[in-house]
Write a protein of this length. Structure first.
Length: 80
């Protein structure tokens, strides 16, 4: 069965942006077709024109982890 975006429900989403930085990390909780709630973490970077470009999350700095950790804890409470 192919992916159907109409069945993908976002239950929680919050972003963190480093002060003066170009990267935005978003923590979300999704449920597909009323299934298990799953955590998703994405990274977007602003290009020269200010548009967001999404890429792999990859490795994270200590500052980034400390920034999104409170958001992850909020997301966990939405998964109960």
């Amino acid at each position: 069965m192919p992916y159907d975006s109409k069945l993908d429900e976002c239950l929680f989403s919050e972003s963190w942006e480093k002060e003066g930085g170009a990267d935005i990390i978003t923590v979300s909780v999704y449920s597909y077709n009323k299934g298990a709630k799953k955590l998703q973490i994405t990274r977007a970077a602003k290009d020269k024109s200010g548009e967001l470009r999404y890429g792999k999350l990859g490795r994270m700095t200590k500052e980034e982890i400390e920034g999104i950790l409170p958001i992850i804890n909020k997301a966990i409470s939405k998964m109960a």
